[in-house]
Design a protein. Structure first.
Length: 118
């Protein structure tokens, strides 16, 4: 099973995602609200995949994606966004994302997207 990191500035969303993923047998070993927390935790806890929000109050998830792929090229990254624009999808793919999941999504959409990361 994949080990996962959840990176979103919403603690409520992280908790909900963690509950769904762990109920399906995944291990969520990192929860971070920004890139600083993510990178400091990745030093100690390597993961297979990251669910990464696109929009943060003080930083851009697409920029975090670039740094993440630079430091950890084997980590799979699923971008999560509420803005359904082709430009975001194209930019995420160009920067190395392995997929994009659009909010709001249901449990089945989430689990299907995660299974594609394997």
């Amino acid at each position: 099973m994949l080990t996962l990191a959840l990176v979103d500035d919403s603690g409520i969303l992280r908790a909900a995602l963690k509950n769904v993923l762990e109920a399906d047998g995944y291990r969520v070993t990192i929860e971070a609200e920004n890139s600083r927390e993510l990178f400091s935790q990745l030093e100690k806890n390597p993961v297979d995949a990251v669910l990464l929000d696109v929009f943060f109050p003080t930083e851009n998830g697409l920029d975090i994606l670039v740094e993440l792929k630079k430091r950890y090229p084997k980590i799979r990254v699923l971008m999560v966004t509420g803005l359904q624009q082709n430009s975001i999808l194209e930019e995420a793919q160009k920067r190395g994302a392995d997929g994009v999941l659009y909010k709001p999504f249901d449990t089945d959409d989430l689990l299907t997207a995660i299974k594609r990361l394997k």
